[in-house]
Design a protein around this ligand. Structure first.
Ligand code: ADP
Ligand code: MG
Length: 259
């Protein structure tokens, strides 16, 4: 089996396979607050898109709307050509196709690392326990924490917990992986071990949407940088272009603060 067989759905086509996630005129309000303003964005198969921008700009809401953790109130989101269902079995199935990794790990505290990784495949994908455990151990090995399989989340370092969260998301064989500031809560010495896992995934052709301020990762792994501010996509360009030659004052101002 090739490496990618471990992480991606067998049907996932290699990079260049056309649009996988398409947002068309997506709008979202929280009461009076207009958090997503006419977002148009296409993420192609095998593409890594880094979303960057000031706090409060709508990056997390964008991620959450892609797997329906947040309902949108205008526009459409297509996943693999299909409109996002709003409820029921279809929604569970859709969620399983979108792997999500949060800043705060969100592991189940009272389950072992192995149980954290096998739970979704057994419950949602209806895999047998043995098969799920075998696949989970392969994934834990891949993210470098197979030795921690029988431990509970609190017994792991932050970097190890985040790698467990990545393994858990991969266990569902998602079509796309969303990362919302996956390294922001980590001590500096643990950032690299998580970014290395993500870079490996990117190299194997996983489609990824990554909210991060890690410039090194963006330069190394991303095909596209999306700069978001005030609920809008302000710039969309290659990492090279964005970091050396941002077009808008807003992006330039943001970059001057973080670089
Ligand atoms: P970012 O991830 O770019 O920091 P968010 O998507 O978290 O931005 O937030 C965008 C805006 O929406 C912010 O003003 C935030 O306070 C607001 N917001 C986010 N979640 C909620 C919520 N559940 N209810 C009300 N306002 C929210
Ligand atoms: Mg956020």
């Amino acid at each position: 089996m090739t490496d990618i067989g471990n992480v991606a759905d067998d049907e996932v086509a290699p990079a260049g396979g056309g649009p996988l996630v398409v947002l068309e005129n997506v709008n979202k309000h929280f009461g009076e607050l207009h958090v997503l303003k006419d977002i148009n964005l296409t993420i192609n198969r095998g593409e890594v898109v880094v979303v960057i921008g000031p706090s409060g700009g709508g990056k997390s809401t964008l991620c959450r709307s892609i797997n329906r953790l947040e309902p949108i109130d205008g526009g459409t989101i297509l996943l693999d050509g299909k409109k996002l269902p709003s409820e029921g079995k279809e929604l569970a199935r859709l969620r399983a196709d979108v792997g999500m990794v949060f800043q705060s790990f969100n592991l189940f505290a009272h389950k072992t690392i192995l149980e954290n990784v096998t739970l979704g495949p057994i419950k949602v994908r209806k895999r047998g326990k043995q098969e799920a455990e075998k696949h989970a151990m392969e994934l834990l090995d891949r993210v470098g924490i197979a030795a921690q399989a029988q431990k509970f989340p609190a017994q792991l370092s932050g970097g190890q917990q985040q790698r467990a969260a990545i393994a858990r998301a991969l266990a569902m064989k998602p079509k796309v992986m969303l990362f919302d500031e996956p390294t922001s809560a980590l001590d500096p010495e643990m950032v690299k071990e998580v970014l290395d896992v993500m870079t490996g995934l990117a190299q194997e052709g996983m489609t990824m949407i990554v909210v991060t301020h890690e410039m090194g990762f963006a330069r190394r792994a991303a095909q596209k940088v999306v700069f978001m501010a005030d609920g809008q996509v302000v710039e969309e360009s290659t990492p090279e272009e964005f970091f050396t030659n941002a077009r808008t004052d807003r992006a330039k101002d943001f970059l001057s603060k973080i670089l």
